[in-house]
Design a protein around this ligand. Structure first.
Ligand SMILES: [Cu+2]
Length: 107
C-alpha cells in the first residue's frame, strides 16, 4: 500500500516537472535601466517572446549583431518584443550607446 502511494507521488511529481517547460514559455523581460540591460544575459526556452522595456530616462535601442532583430529608438516607458524560435546565442547592443550589450540564450 505504501509502495503504491509512493509510485503515485512519483507520477504526480513527474507530471509537475513535465509541465515546467509550458510555464517557461511565458514571455520574459529585459529591463533597460541606468544604461544597462538587466539581466545582461537572459536564458529562455525556444518559442519565448522576449520584451525589452525601457525604464530609463534616455532613449535606447535593441539591435541584434546578427541582424535578426532591431528596434526603433525607445523612449521612456516604451518596449520592444521579439519571439525566439531557434535555439542559439543572440548578442545585442544599443546603437545609441554601443557599450550597452546583452545576450539572449535560447535553449
Ligand atoms: Cu542606449
Amino acid at each position: 500500500m505504501r509502495i503504491t502511494a509512493s509510485l503515485l507521488s512519483a507520477a504526480f511529481l513527474a507530471t509537475l516537472i513535465a509541465a515546467e517547460p509550458l510555464r517557461a514559455a511565458q514571455p520574459s523581460q529585459v529591463v533597460i535601466k541606468d544604461f544597462m540591460f538587466v539581466p545582461t544575459t537572459l536564458t529562455v526556452k525556444a518559442g519565448t517572446t522576449v520584451t525589452w522595456a525601457n525604464k530609463d530616462e534616455e532613449p535606447h535601442t535593441v539591435f541584434s549583431d546578427s541582424g535578426l532583430f532591431r528596434s526603433n529608438a525607445m523612449d521612456t516607458g516604451e518596449a520592444f518584443s521579439f519571439k525566439f524560435d531557434t535555439p542559439g546565442t543572440y548578442h545585442f547592443l544599443c546603437t545609441i550607446h554601443p557599450r550597452m550589450v546583452g545576450t539572449i540564450i535560447v535553449e
